[in-house]
Design a protein around this ligand. Structure first.
Ligand code: NAD
Length: 498
């Protein structure tokens, strides 16, 4: 099988230089190498940032009407090509096609939100705050901004930021994950086709070297990062030390609390979908199921029934769950399963054996369920980022709440109950940024903002929605006095009314 060269896109054109370093891209369902990715040096990053910086001047002055027209055209193209983008995601990430299509659709919603940019950028106006004095506010673009994205949503996470940044009049340099870089290149081509001027949207591929240069470069004015907590913290600290505006979304350990009065069929469906969808490689995946006794035995029985029907295999073959993204990541997750067994958790369903409907060398691990997990075990404390669901049994609502609030992460959580008062109490008391009530993955719509608390977000601005518009613009307030010539102002030759 031939491997494809995957390279940077600068000013709408593929980079023609020779890369000193490259990395391999795999099809996780077969284990085959499908691409060779150029990794940017600091000098290549400088080349890209210069193009973006130069393009930002004219784009920032382009009318709102023209900018919105490009957004509408891009929306149509992305909608028309979403199956192609989904196929690229499945080929490099491994998630099943329906899931890949779902991620592009969620990204489309942000584009649709950004189409309303003329309305979103309307300022305030206070007339005659003092005699002949008006005050008004405007929001202006920042210049060139960087987006650094993770492997697990190669299309959707960039789409959380790029449409809003561009609509606000900025230019963008995006650095996708080196594990599944092709979707971003394909989407960048659609921006060009939609009429976005060359240089406004650029892609630079790479690893720490490229990220470090983006964080240091004086012409990068803001950084939107999504990835694991240690790197998010690093990006936030280094970016802000260099005077940049930074939003850095980190890792997660999401808890789903099931109260004894919950609809257990609904809860079991939700736990299976949210625990094993996309092989658990979602920042909003449920990885800790908190069963408030006496609900655990019945709930686990229902979950096991459903798990027995799941097919794990190649994402193009209509399976329920695909492989993990790389061999080393699969091995790491299997290491957690072994650690859980060793620590004394009860392995209720072992996903290590298969069967797997895919290549022999694919990065496989089936859905895995642990019962009787305690908070000191590594399968509970760590973000595993794989298809491993841990059931923690607790005696009461208060014990469940204490457990969730003691966790250092605070991305998403859900409560399953038929008691509206208990649900309302949970949404008030829980220290987590996104809360679902009988909804396991409470990802906000594009016109709200996405973001967690505690170690799941560094910075204070969440992604998309009005917070996204604020992040990608700076406010300015103008106080102006214009003397009225008819009432004692300067005589500039205007006719008077008296
Ligand atoms: P990662 O932190 O390994 O990588 C994210 C990005 O950082 C990539 O572009 C990568 O190239 C870059 N990077 C990696 N190591 C770096 C280093 N040492 N210095 C500078 N840059 C570096 O994350 P990942 O494995 O690609 O993605 C999975 C993680 O992302 C999980 O922890 C998941 O929870 C998190 N995530 C969070 C959200 C959220 O909204 N909070 C959304 C999606 C994913």
């Amino acid at each position: 099988m031939s491997t494809e060269r995957i390279t940077h896109l600068i000013g709408g054109t593929p980079w023609t230089g020779v890369s000193e370093r490259t990395s391999k891209v795999y099809n996780p369902a077969t284990g085959e190498v499908t691409g060779e990715l150029d990794l940017a040096s600091a000098a290549t990053v400088d080349e890209v940032v210069k193009v973006a910086h130069d393009a930002s001047r004219a784009w920032g002055r382009t009318s709102l009407t023209k900018r919105a027209q490009v957004l509408f055209a891009f929306r149509e193209l992305l909608n028309a090509r979403k199956e192609e983008i989904a196929a690229l995601i499945t080929a490099e990430h491994g998630k099943v096609l329906s899931d890949a299509l779902g991620e592009v659709t969620r990204g489309l919603e942000v584009v649709e939100f950004a189409c309303g940019i003329p309305h979103l950028l309307k300022g305030g106006f206070s007339e005659n705050v003092s005699t002949n004095v008006d005050v008004y506010s405007i929001r202006q673009p920042l210049g060139a901004v960087a987006v650094i994205s993770p492997f697990n949503f190669p299309a959707m996470v960039p789409l959380w930021f790029v449409p809003i940044a561009v609509a606000c009049g900025n230019s963008v340099v995006i650095k996708p994950s080196e594990k599944d870089p092709s979707a971003v290149n394909a989407v960048a081509a659609l921006w060009k086709e939609a009429g976005l001027p060359d240089g406004v949207m650029n892609v630079v591929h790479g690893d720490k070297e490229a990220v470090d240069r983006l964080l240091e470069h004086p012409d990068i004015k803001a950084v939107s990062f999504v990835g694991s907590t240690p790197i998010a913290r690093y990006v936030y600290e280094k970016g802000t030390a260099n005077g940049k505006r930074v939003q850095a979304l980190g890792g997660a350990k999401n808890h789903m609390v099931v109260l004894p009065d919950a609809d257990l069929d609904l809860a079991a469906d939700a736990a299976v979908n949210a625990g094993f969808g996309s092989a658990g490689e979602r920042c909003m995946a449920i990885s800790a199921l908190v069963a408030v006794e006496p609900v655990a035995d019945d709930l686990i029985a229902k979950i096991k029934q459903r798990m027995a029907t799941l097919r794990t295999g190649d994402g193009t073959r209509g399976c329920d769950m695909g492989p993990l993204v790389t061999g080393p990541h699969r091995d790491k997750v299997v290491g957690y399963v072994e650690a859980g067994v060793e620590a004394g958790a009860e392995l209720a369903v072992d996903g290590r054996e298969g069967p797997f409907d895919g290549g022999d060398d694919g990065f496989w691990l089936g859905p895995t369920l642990f019962d009787k997990v305690t908070p000191d075990m590594s399968i509970y404390t760590d973000e595993i980022f794989g298809p491993v669901l841990s059931v923690v049994r607790v005696p009461s609502y208060d014990a469940a709440l204490d457990l969730v609030n003691a966790n250092p992460y605070g991305n998403g959580t859900a409560i399953f109950t038929n008691d509206g008062g208990a649900a309302r109490r949970y949404q008030t008391e829980v220290e987590v940024g996104m809360v679902g009530v009988n909804v396991p993955i409470p990802v906000p719509m594009a016109y709200y903002s996405f973001g967690g608390w505690k170690n799941s977000l560094f910075g204070d601005t969440h992604a998309h929605g009005t917070e996204g518009v604020h992040f990608f613009t700076r406010g300015k307030v103008i106080t102006s006095r214009w003397l009225d010539p008819s009432h004692g102002g300067l005589n500039l030759g205007f006719p008077t009314h008296d």
